[in-house]
Design a protein around this ligand. Structure first.
Ligand SMILES: NC(=O)c1ccc[n+]([C@@H]2O[C@H](COP(=O)([O-])OP(=O)(O)OC[C@H]3O[C@@H](n4cnc5c(N)ncnc54)[C@H](O)[C@@H]3O)[C@@H](O)[C@H]2O)c1
Length: 317
């Protein structure tokens, strides 16, 4: 791996991946359109440390509207993380999800197939829906329970279609609730940390007993790099911790990390939310040598520290 394209490079996972690749000596061409689903200043902070790096280039463009063949020129691997993520808004903003997750992905797969470039792409645990048996294995039928999950299932189907018709070399990763520094502001932990900092109650959807398989971002990035190097063409891998915890339990840990008694307010479970997430990781272990290494407590400390740092940086003087 000498030169990589990272789509969604200014996002949460994409910025960590870009940093890891630069640290590994890879030249990175990042692409991001700074989509409006969360604030631009947060994405600018994500890539701030990379901006002085000679081997990092950031191109601001929308993948669905670009000449993708030019973007992938001279790269030997593509990491496709650009997307409109998040379950709940996908009921109302479906056209945007289709634009980012289906049309942009199709354009990229088309260009990668023509150029013969391997692509590692982000899918999601959301493709499973409410699986009958846990932990979920990769080979079960997909029954997404949100339009977001449906677009991610479509991403996987497109990869298969381009592989069989045009020989696309694609490896998919089903990430399970990734957390850590720079986590998207719409995700649960980010919302809980900000609410606690403001002295507000934490709104939790459902009874709090739902299981969440939380994956530290550094572990997700390690799996992503390993997928580029060792993933089987056409395979899709769960990237999870395989150590699920109930939401109440996770919030108990968070309270201890913050040194606060957290006030919880329960609300109705939202349409599209999966009851429990728990991914089997044998395939990733076997093929990628993946091993989740970061305990929840340590990962929470990292996320909380970065959230405090950002709050200070972005505070209105
Ligand atoms: N964070 C998680 O827990 C999680 C879980 C499962 C799957 N995923 C997937 O992982 C990937 C990264 O997620 P994230 O949490 O880092 O999200 P993110 O929103 O922080 O990053 C995605 C980036 O893609 C960019 N983008 C969106 N549409 C684009 C387009 N058309 N052209 C160019 N750039 C575009 C956005 O501006 C954003 O910076 C996504 O594909 C997401 O669906 C994430």
């Amino acid at each position: 791996m000498k030169r990589a394209l990272v789509t969604g490079a200014a996002g949460f996972i994409g910025s960590h991946l870009s940093t890891r690749l630069i640290d590994d000596g890879v030249e990175v061409r990042g692409v991001d359109c700074f989509s409006a689903h969360y604030e631009r200043p947060l994405k600018e902070l994500n890539v701030a440390a990379l901006s002085d790096e000679k081997r990092f280039q950031l191109i601001e463009t929308d993948m669905a509207l670009s000449k993708v063949a030019e973007l992938i020129e001279e790269v030997d691997i593509v990491f496709h993380l650009a997307a409109r993520p998040g379950v709940r808004d996908s009921w109302s903003d479906f056209a945007d999800y289709v634009h980012a997750n289906v049309l942009a992905t199709r354009a990229l797969f088309d260009a990668c197939a023509q150029a013969g470039v391997r692509v590692v792409f982000a899918s999601s645990s959301s493709v499973y829906g409410d699986a009958a048996r846990l932990p979920v294995k990769e080979d079960i039928d997909l029954h997404p329970v949100s339009p977001y999950g449906a677009t991610k299932a479509m991403t996987e189907l497109l990869a298969g279609a381009y592989a069989s018709a045009f020989g696309l070399d694609a490896v998919g990763l089903r990430y399970f609730t990734v957390y850590g520094p720079r986590q998207r502001p719409d995700m649960g932990l980010s919302r809980f940390i900000e609410a606690a900092a403001a002295g507000d109650p934490l709104h939790i959807f459902g009874d709090g007993r739902q299981l969440r398989d939380m994956t530290y971002v550094g572990d997700a990035v390690a799996a992503t790099v390993a997928a580029a190097e060792r993933g089987r063409p056409g395979a899709v891998y769960n990237v999870a911790s395989c150590a699920p915890r109930s939401l109440l339990d996770i919030l108990g840990e968070l309270g201890q990390v913050l040194g606060l008694e957290l006030e919880l307010e329960h609300e109705e479970r939202k349409a599209g939310d999966v009851r429990d997430t728990w991914g089997a990781i044998e395939h990733a272990r076997q093929d990628l040598g993946y091993e989740p290494a970061t305990p929840l407590r340590a990962g929470l400390h990292q996320q909380v520290a970065e959230a405090h740092r950002r709050r200070a940086l972005l505070a209105v003087p």
